[in-house]
Design a protein around this ligand. Structure first.
Ligand SMILES: Cc1cc2nc3c(=O)[nH]c(=O)nc-3n(C[C@H](O)[C@H](O)[C@H](O)COP(=O)(O)OP(=O)(O)OC[C@H]3O[C@@H](n4cnc5c(N)ncnc54)[C@H](O)[C@@H]3O)c2cc1C
Length: 495
């Protein structure tokens, strides 16, 4: 009898959907990342992530679909035991949209949690989820109850625990990262103990796990805050990019501000010279709130324009016009909060096997935003990279997580590059990334950790002042190094 059926018999049907070799897993990876064709699938015995540049050998990939409870904990405990007996590492991933192997254990047992378990407590405005639940599932559960995720990323594909483990931010305002909305979670430690963590119980573990990239334990379930859903109405304001921080401050001063984001013009003739700020406040009419939709009209129209920008300055200019002139007309009406955040990554997929989308993100104090613009104007056009989009966000300060990227309030700049899948492009991207990181650290900011591992170890140390302390504590709590991924192997291990 194969291993899968043995386990399924032991643990009940659906306990483990598959104990799969990486080869057997390949078609599912495309589903998980939701963005690619078969040409990007990993070779046998390997796992990749959304960058398609992280192919890493793993000994097994196990998908666990059990709902929260003792059986789930037992499955993970036995995975941990099995890894220990083989002298291997373990790591859980969700959508594996991190782009540098942060959710892949080299040579180890890769676990993926999936479930539809969501229990909403409307009165407390909280919900309890299995750790692998995705945001589109959360939105589907909260929407009929008039609730909405309080903070999540701009796309709905990601896992809830994964979001906590990178401590992602979104555009709900004026809020900090998603960790600030987590009440508690349950986690299996490398010792085999299953513990509850909150701001009152195991608070140290709570804050180390927030943005701790799965290096502290395996999260099994979480309790997270919800916010009211609402009809929102946008205001679009175009301005010189150097005025963006002031424009953002004006938006943040609105007492009923609900969501806010910005964009920068990436047309080379006006590179980072123009900005657009879009803020959302509740509409006067909250009588009827329609069901959450996905991919608003503008995002559907804009896929072709978005991808057409590649190497074409004329299309980049046209896109800026669409965003600043057409956007307010087509996308300027009332929209629900849930519809705004219910956007899958696939909407803007490039469908080009010769290229891959690579994200960068930098965090800068609002009063140094002008220097950030100059940095980007100096570094990016001098590279071979194609920058297709910049989205700006506000992130309130996070003084809890050990690897905080926003110790004070920050403007976040999310950049989407289309990179050629060649060694030359990869080398150029690495060089450009290091230049941007040096520049952002020099102006008191930092870079985001879930993307390509191009930073140097020294840059990580300077960008994340508590990283050494994090690594010391990790070694103390997990001396055998059972929980590992590429963030540990390439960076934190060296501190
Ligand atoms: C198109 C796109 C848009 C994005 N937009 C935003 C944005 O708006 N804001 C933002 O902040 N970030 C954004 N990101 C980054 C994104 O938040 C991270 O890449 C995040 O990791 C994605 O979630 P995931 O489910 O893919 O996580 P994965 O890559 O699968 O995992 C991330 C980390 O969490 C750990 N982990 C996952 N589950 C568990 C668990 N149960 N227990 C312990 N550890 C666990 C993994 O080991 C890994 O270290 C974006 C990324 C992409 C590709």
């Amino acid at each position: 009898m194969g291993r899968l059926s043995r386990r399924a018999l032991l643990l009940g049907s659906g306990a483990i959907v598959g104990w799969l070799s990486a080869k057997a897993f390949a078609p599912t990876l495309a589903d998980l990342t939701g963005t690619r064709s078969l040409q990007h699938e990993p070779a046998a015995g390997t796992l990749n992530d959304a960058s398609f540049l992280s192919e890493t050998p793993v000994s097994a990939h196990v998908i666990v679909t059990e709902d929260p409870g003792e059986v789930l904990v037992d499955i993970l405990r036995s995975e941990m035991r099995e890894a220990a007996s083989e002298g291997r590492s373990v790591n859980i991933g969700a959508a594996r949209h991190s782009m540098g192997g942060q959710a892949i254990p080299r040579g180890g047992r890769a676990l993926t949690l999936q479930s539809s378990f969501i229990e909403v407590d409307s009165a407390a405005r909280t919900y309890r989820v299995q750790a692998g639940v995705r945001w589109h599932q959360v939105i589907a559960a909260l929407d009929p109850l008039g609730l909405s995720p309080k903070v999540m990323q701009s796309n709905n594909d990601f896992g809830v625990a994964a979001t906590f483990c990178v401590n992602a931010h979104g555009w709900p305002a004026p809020l900090g990262p998603m960790g600030s909305t987590v009440r508690s979670f349950e986690m299996l430690l490398p010792t085999g103990d299953h513990v509850t963590c909150s701001r009152d119980e195991n608070p140290d573990l709570f804050t180390r796990t927030m943005g701790g990239y799965g290096l502290t334990g395996l999260i099994t379930e979480m309790v997270v805050d919800a916010a009211p859903n609402a009809n929102l109405v946008p205001t679009f304001t175009e301005m010189p990019a150097v005025d963006f921080a002031a424009g953002l401050a004006t938006a943040l001063a609105k007492p009923d501000l609900n969501m806010v984001y910005g964009r920068l013009n990436v047309d080379r003739a006006r590179f980072f010279e123009d900005a657009l700020l879009i803020d959302y406040v509740p509409d006067d009419d909250q009588e009827e709130i329609s069901e959450a939709s996905t991919s608003g009209p503008l995002s559907k129209i804009s896929r072709h324009i978005f991808r057409g920008q590649l190497g074409r300055e004329r299309i980049k200019r046209a896109r800026w016009w669409v965003e600043t002139a057409l956007g307010p007309k087509v996308g300027g009406g009332v929209v629900t909060r849930n519809s705004l955040i219910n956007e899958p990554v696939v909407t803007l997929d490039d469908r080009d096997p010769a290229r891959t989308d690579i994200l960068h993100e930098y965090f800068v104090a609002p009063d140094r935003f002008g220097e950030f613009l100059t940095l980007c104007q100096t570094v990016i056009p001098a590279s071979y990279q194609e920058l297709l989009n910049v989205t700006l966000r506000y992130v309130a300060s996070d003084t809890e997580s050990w690897l905080s990227y926003a110790p004070q309030p920050r403007i976040a700049a999310v950049m989407l590059f289309s990179q050629e899948m060649t060694a030359r492009a990869e080398a150029d991207m690495a060089r450009m990334t290091r230049a941007l990181i040096d520049g952002i650290i020099a102006i008191g900011g930092t870079y985001y950790l879930p993307y390509r591992p191009h930073a140097t170890v020294g840059q990580l140390r300077r960008g994340y002042p508590r990283a050494v302390e994090f690594a010391v504590e990790k070694r103390a709590q997990d001396p055998a190094g059972r929980l590992r991924n590429n963030l540990w192997d390439s960076y934190l291990r060296h501190l």
